[in-house]
Write a protein that binds this ligand. Structure first.
Ligand SMILES: [Zn+2]
Ligand SMILES: [Zn+2]
Length: 303
């Protein structure tokens, strides 16, 4: 089952040096989930071959422009391209008001339903449960209300050992029960233990998206043992005062967080426009947590 994230934007505040404001797209079992939608996200989707029509869920972390100024453009394009199926949108309560106002004054009636779910940055909420994944918000500590998002893959059913089933001529009707763990009894009354006919499915993975935030232990427990942790790392640690003032994290702190929560891999992004190259940010995070990568645009990371 596919579970991977493609980076569409990695810049904080403004687009600069070929870096776009924040956006990422998750592919979970061929369903696309868009996380944040900074200005230029549509162009990035075209560049990296992400079909907007396949996105059914959009998550907005907070209302700073670098995380959502591309959203109305995207919603508008979906409308112009004839979308009819509903879209689920998650974000701060005021987001829908902003969208409605923009469409009101352009006299546009969107031809598909936008099912809006307001997030509450003061508490953890489970916002999506489907057959592939459970998604919850991560309350963060930023200058304005802000949440991250935690994607937990669902445990899949057991996998059938096709050759063995064929050899024993096990009827197709019992396959569903076998996948759920039942033993099989043949017509002569012989019992076959489930683990001789199936194997366990893969261990479910987790992806945590920690958008703009101050280094604050409040959310660490929630992201414990994450397989892939995306964390903002706006500044180098020599600017920790500035990071504290603006409620951001340094690359060193991002590495410390990954280590503290026992993440398997760390991805850093949301780089300040002051950094023309990113090597120093990477080295700083790696000095604490070696398995760190840069959220380079166009790159896909398997969770
Ligand atoms: Zn930001
Ligand atoms: Zn922000």
């Amino acid at each position: 089952m596919k579970f991977e994230v493609t980076i569409l934007g990695s810049s904080s505040a403004t687009p600069i040096y070929n870096r776009n404001p924040t956006s990422q797209v998750l592919n979970i079992n061929e369903r696309l989930y868009l996380i944040d939608c900074g200005e230029g996200t549509q162009q990035q989707m075209l560049r990296f071959d992400v079909r907007a029509s396949r996105i059914d869920h959009i998550f907005i972390s907070h209302l700073h422009g670098d995380h959502y100024l591309g959203l109305v453009g995207l919603l508008s394009s979906l409308h112009l391209n004839g979308r009819k199926k509903p879209l689920k949108l998650f974000g701060p309560p005021q987001l829908m008001e902003i969208i409605d106002l923009q469409f009101k004054y352009s006299e546009t009636t969107i031809q598909y339903a936008i099912d809006f779910f307001p997030t509450d940055a003061t508490r953890r909420q489970v916002i999506v449960v489907n057959e592939d994944v459970t998604i919850e918000t991560i309350p963060l500590d930023h200058r304005i209300a802000c949440t991250g998002f935690l994607f937990r893959q669902k445990k899949r059913l057991r996998k059938l050992l096709k050759d063995e089933l064929e050899r024993l001529q096990v009827p197709v009707e019992v396959f569903t029960a076998l996948k759920k763990g039942a033993d099989y009894t043949d017509l002569k009354g012989k019992v076959y233990k489930n683990d001789t006919l199936t194997t366990d499915s893969d261990v479910p993975k987790t992806y945590a998206y920690c958008s703009d935030t101050l280094f604050n232990e409040q959310y660490f427990a929630q992201i414990n043992n994450t397989d892939l942790l995306y964390h903002e790392a706006t500044f180098l640690h020599n600017m920790v005062d500035r990071a504290n003032e603006t409620h951001h994290t340094t690359a060193l702190q991002a590495g410390q967080i990954a280590l503290t929560v026992n993440a398997k891999k760390l991805l850093i992004g949301h780089f300040s426009a002051r950094y023309k190259t990113l090597d120093e940010l990477l080295e700083e995070a790696q000095s604490v947590f070696p398995n760190t990568a840069l959220a380079i645009e166009g790159r896909t990371f398997v969770v």
